[in-house]
Ligand binder design. Structure first.
Ligand SMILES: *Cc1c(COP(=O)(O)O)cnc(C)c1O
Length: 348
């Protein structure tokens, strides 16, 4: 593993960050005359905490990490983009990613003018082969992208293989656990143990927490990486309404656990019914550890369009390499899943 100072872009290493009013004075005061906000403002009229301290304190119990090891963003999309802006020199460096996977890693690479190398997961199982992934890296590879459970395949790609990548790769290793809340497996312990300073783990409030609309993602990493993220991000990147809503959600862990169980139960039932043979057009149902199922159909485009006509929208992944013939179906409630199954039977 290289030292973080060797991996970071030189201009970012040298960057003197903007110091906002809320950075300079922290604490409680009776009269604020420092930030040019309206003196007539109510509770939403003040700038939010740029480091979201209260949320991070709450996240200690969920993650076992310290606030200095956490960054919150405008969705996970923000830390994904920050990885490029902090570590990758445009037109020079490259990244290596599993494929098929979440499209934003490539879009953010293209925006930042970084070469993006895809390494196919294993045919059939969609498992990770660490050797194959490492073989695609070279001296200019700054980042390796992995996602587990993976989107759009739905499976955990293999903890032992991810750990091999983490042990052998010299640069930054990102593991996106957007769907991690639907499984018991997480690589977060490798951030907690302090021995893997090159590991970044992404999580989000958009999936299991049911808060996609408020845009809040999380990055967990060694404090040296988080300090770089904090230096580059917009000062007030998580607005006050979002912070308040996240705090409320974190305060009700029982509701979160209950919702996760409900979603997993509905998904399990949907998966079983799709496998049962009652839908003639289903050719294969891939194993899933997320809140969606990847399903191969005889004629996916016909099925997709017929579902749209009935007001049911799935995600057509037919044009994604290795997902030919597939629709990705997010689990609905039990009642919604029944409607989907009924529609699939009618469509034939
Ligand atoms: C949905 C998803 C996210 C979440 O993105 P947000 O910007 O936090 O809403 C991140 N990674 C993957 C793989 C996803 O599927």
């Amino acid at each position: 593993m290289k030292r973080i100072e060797e991996l970071v872009r030189p201009n970012i290493q040298k960057l003197a960050p903007y110091s906002c009013a809320r950075d300079e004075f922290k604490g409680e005061a009776s009269i604020y005359m420092d930030a040019n906000e309206s003196c007539l403002a109510g509770p939403d009229g003040r700038y939010p905490d740029p480091l979201q301290t209260e949320i991070k304190e709450k996240l200690r119990t969920y993650t076992g990490l310290r606030p200095e090891q956490m960054m919150l963003g405008n969705g996970s999309d923000e830390p994904i983009d920050l990885v490029y802006r902090v570590f990758c020199n445009p037109g020079v460096d490259n990244v290596v990613a599993i494929a098929p996977t979440y499209g934003m890693y490539k879009v953010a690479a293209d925006i930042n003018d970084i070469e993006y190398r895809s390494v196919m997961l294993e045919e059939g199982s969609f498992a990770l082969n660490a050797e194959k992934l490492l073989a695609a890296t070279d001296a200019k590879t700054k980042v390796v992208w992995m996602c587990s459970p993976n989107n759009p395949t739905g499976n955990k790609i293999g903890m032992a293989e991810m750990e091999k990548v983490l042990e052998k790769f010299e640069g930054i290793v990102v593991v996106d656990e957007a769907y991690g809340d639907f499984t018991d497996e997480t690589i977060l312990g490798k951030v907690a143990d302090g021995k893997h300073k090159n590991l970044i783990v992404l999580k989000t409030f958009s999936k299991a927490w049911g808060l996609a609309g408020i845009r809040c993602g999380m990055a967990f990493a060694d404090a040296s990486i988080i300090a770089l993220f904090n230096k580059v991000k917009y000062p007030y990147n998580v607005n006050i309404l979002t912070q308040r809503r996240v705090l409320e959600a974190l305060g009700n862990e029982a509701a979160f656990r209950r919702d996760v169980r409900t979603i997993v139960e509905a998904r399990d039932m949907l998966e079983a019914r799709l496998r049962s043979g009652e839908i003639g057009s289903v050719r294969h149902v891939y194993a899933t550890d997320a809140n969606f199922v990847l399903v191969k159909f005889d004629d996916p485009v016909r099925v997709y369009k017929a579902l749209v006509e009935r007001g049911i929208i799935t995600r057509n992944r037919n044009s994604v390499t290795m997902c030919e013939g597939c629709l990705r179906i997010t689990t609905g409630t039990k009642a919604e899943n029944e409607e989907l199954l009924k529609a699939l039977k009618e469509i034939g």
